[in-house]
Design a protein. Sequence first.
Length: 538
Amino acid sequence: MTIDRAKARDRGDATSAVPKRRHDAGAVSAPRPRRLDIARFRPAARTVGLAIAYVLGACLLLRPTLTTTVVADDFQAPFALVVNSGPTLGDALSHGWNIAMTGAKFRLVGAEFGTLMNWLNLWVSATFDLPIDVVFNALKLGVFVGCAAAAATFWWLVARTHVRPVRWATAFFLTSTALFGSLQLHALWSNDPVQSFPFAGFGATAVGFLMLTTAVWVAARPSWRRYLAATVGTVAGVSYYELNAGAVLGAGVVLAVAAWAARRDRRRLVLHVVGGSAMCLVPALLLVVARGASPADTYAGRQVRADGAFDFLVRGLLGSLPGGAWQVSEKILQARPGLVFSQTVAVLVVVAAVGLWCARVPELPPADPATRSRAGALAAGGGVVVYALFAVGLQSSTVKVQDEMLGIGYVYMFYAVVATSVALGVAVVTLELIRTRRRAWPRTVALCCAVVFLVFQGTYNMRLHDLHNSIFKPNAALDNAWDEDVPQGERCRAIHAWADNPWPDYYRNDVVLGTDKAYRYYFGEAFCPSARRWVRLG
């Protein structure tokens, strides 16, 4: 036995050297307790914590925008839909079709989507017992998030295809922070896609960036099937809003560079030329035909005035840049506003969360050598620039915008395109600064400038928000009164107080008649029987 143990020790066989213990037949060995490995959950917990901090900070950044009282067409449109067509979903879809066929014939998709959102506003409010303005602002939040997501997807695909890849979450965090933090309220002096018209402004911009993304997707690996899908997408995008004709031009830049790169491959070149022509020319032909089918269109927003168009283009561009409306804001507020503590906290939380995320997430491997192309990346960036310039140029040349653009800081729907494009550029530059490890001072300077700007912009927005809500208290009271739990006496006080203001007759009629008709449909009783005395017919 001693010799066997010695041999086992020499072989290093520890199991053979140790004598086995004998167990009784009925004995049961106790299981060893397992220790919880907390370290495994730390990365996930850190990610969840950063995401929660980001969401809270982003909501605070958007607080001035998402808590302003609903006014203008957004306030009237749901009730006008009920008056002119009816309260059901079928009525809404029929109304959208009629708008597209009798007015702007090239906005079939946009008209249907807009009326659907107006119907959804009333339906959700009545079904879930929510104020109308809460539902509207929730939909607006979805539009902002969707717009940032569309721009981030464009960046993600361009980086993945042509340069150094970026994670989609990183692209979204940076793009949305730059966009949400730089938004400027203009509603007190201008047509404002930030406070109002979310589906025509940032909704259309989201569609436009998806069109640009489709162009990059097709150019990377072209096929007839992809070009067919892209052509359908561009037609739908232009049918949503004619502003997206600029996205078609931007897509043309991307496809032209792709065709030039494929000039030595005859099959690929023919594919790009034929498919790209269809993708860009079919929506253009649609616009021309639709425009010719409505020669009696006298809407000032679609009538072009060439005189002074370049001056208004410059005004529109400068007024759409970050901080471009601060001077007008101070005139409206009649003072330079003091800092708002909540906005300062929001900026610090969001910047810290995004910075920690970008610093901890590992980089991805380089792009596929088969599609890597600096020219392709530059073409994609050029497409965004073309889209933004076209949006400003198109609308700043119309009679309506020129009559209302009294200076720098007065904007229209083009603001959404420029603001999103600038936010995307800022996000790309920010990530490059974070990735640069050699010198720390550029990052420090950029971070300080970003924090100061975001704090000031949030302060301006919060002060304008307070002033706006103090002016439009009757709108807020009427929105809150449209609820089945509110007594009729209180409802009548709200509608009378609202109607006793200098509204245009058509506007007052739509709201007074629409609130009553919708209330009867959803809750089975009159909103306020005595409110009909405010109706002006003829």
